[in-house]
Design a protein around this ligand. Structure first.
Ligand code: AMP
Ligand code: MG
Length: 425
């Protein structure tokens, strides 16, 4: 038995000719290996990289109790509950220039945000509540409780605590956290190398004359852009003609230089070209018909050349199918290969503006525009024609409407799941 067959036998309900999306995702998750090389990079080069080790805080952040407000620091025990509290003002503490000396019962300190709280003081009264004159500060009753407006040492990060876990894709706040820990460099997994090319005799590259029956190769550019967003290293291998020798040479070069190889086109059932045959000859490759729309045909497996292995994703040729299969399968697989801990993407529930026809037994990814109605609820309109060759439907959309495997037709006004394209960070 080959390894792919081993995996298939672990996936309940595996049927290569009508494979539910969830089963295909499970299969791929079991197939893909994780990179194991770790490198250290300066934190400003670490945005979007995957953390290779837990980051444990060596210090307390903040290092000392300090004030959260500009105001007066005092002992909570001195506050009177039903009468103004009058305290003697003994000095000032600034951020970076702490008050030196004791502040006793009945005394208080002028304090600025971030200034260290002297021993014994546990409360800060914001300055706008207080009146100060001739060395005395008066605080009305009830404006603060003991312990208010004080930040505790280690409340952000305590020494010895895991600040960031291995497998995290680093975001802006994480870069700042690393800086707050005083860490100049961080251990990340090496970047994944991904090779990609388009197959099809009808494809022309930008600048080549477009003869009758030919189309410009758009998939390679969409692929470049999608991979760019994932932060992987890319190897663009161009358009490969339907010629066995050219295909084999390209697949071999890809397998030797990349962790993953992504192709588009040539994997349809009944396809007359050589792509499938060459894929199968170079490794362990399955040809799936996935219960989804768009994106039904797909090849998956491993190819080998000169002792090097690469995971192969043979995507369909239609431009929308390329994007949908990339987001349904390849994105998560590349993230897992990069060492990232799997994350579930947030979805919106939005009311469909029209009825949508849908057969149970396959997952459909329609392209939609989500917007917020006057009542604050989300609604979604499907973008124009949903043909799998119509890339404009994807370009005009701001989200994918996910009609799940078991789901049937949707009535106008019914809530559907939408995967938004855009996020804040
Ligand atoms: P295939 O999966 O090879 O049967 O291709 C399906 C459809 O997608 C055909 O109409 C192709 O012309 C088109 N197509 C395939 N590859 C590309 C590409 N790289 N850019 C634009 N269209 C493509
Ligand atoms: Mg083709």
């Amino acid at each position: 038995m080959t390894r792919l067959q081993d995996i298939a036998s672990c996936v309940a309900g595996y049927d290569p000719n009508a494979l539910p999306v969830a089963q295909a995702q499970e299969f791929i998750a079991r197939l893909v290996p994780r990179v194991d090389t770790i490198e250290s990079v300066p934190i400003r080069s670490a945005l979007g990289r995957v953390l290779a080790r837990d980051v444990v805080s060596q210090i307390n952040v903040p290092a000392s109790d300090n004030s959260a407000m500009d105001g007066y620091a005092l002992r909570g025990a001195d506050l009177l509950v039903d009468a103004p509290t009058a305290l003697e003002l003994v000095g000032t503490g600034l951020a970076g220039d702490a008050f030196v000396g004791d502040v006793l019962a009945g005394q208080c300190l002028r304090i600025m945000t971030g200034a260290v709280m002297p021993a014994g003081l546990d409360t800060v009264v914001p300055q706008e509540f207080c009146s100060a004159s001739e060395g005395k500060v008066t605080i009305p009753p009830g404006v603060v409780q003991p312990g208010d407006n004080r930040r505790l040492a280690g409340e952000d990060l305590a020494a010895g605590e895991v600040a960031l876990h291995e497998g995290r894709v680093l975001r802006p706040a994480d870069i700042g956290m690393l800086a707050s820990l005083g860490q100049a460099e961080v251990a990340v997994f090496r970047k994944l190398r991904v090779a990609f090319f388009s197959t099809g005799d009808e494809l022309r590259s930008i600048g080549e004359p477009l003869a009758e029956g030919c189309v410009n190769d758009s998939n390679r550019y969409t692929m470049w852009a999608m991979l760019q967003r994932l932060g992987v290293d890319m190897l663009d291998m161009g358009v490969v003609r339907d010629d066995p020798a050219a295909l084999e040479a390209t697949f071999r070069r890809a397998a030797e230089s990349a962790d993953a190889v992504i192709t588009s086109g040539g994997v349809s059932v009944g396809e007359a070209d050589h792509t499938k045959r060459v894929m199968a000859a170079l490794g362990d490759v399955l040809f799936w018909r996935i219960a989804m729309r768009p994106g039904r045909p797909m090849a998956i497996g491993q190819i080998r050349s000169s002792g090097h292995n690469a995971i192969l994703f043979g995507l369909p040729g239609n431009p929308v199918a390329v994007m949908v299969t990339f987001y349904a399968f390849v994105r998560n697989a590349l993230l897992a290969m990069s060492g990232a801990t799997p994350q579930t993407l947030p979805m919106l529930r939005a009311a469909s503006d029209k009825a949508i026809r849908k057969k149970p037994g396959r997952t459909e990814y329609q392209r939609g525009v989500v917007s917020r109605g006057d009542d604050g609820s989300w609604r979604v309109a499907i973008t124009g024609s949903q043909g799998s060759g119509i890339l404009r439907s994807m370009s005009e959309a701001n989200g994918l409407v996910v009609l799940h495997h078991e789901q049937g037709s949707v009535a106008a006004g019914e809530l559907v799941d939408v995967l938004p394209f855009d996020g804040l960070i």
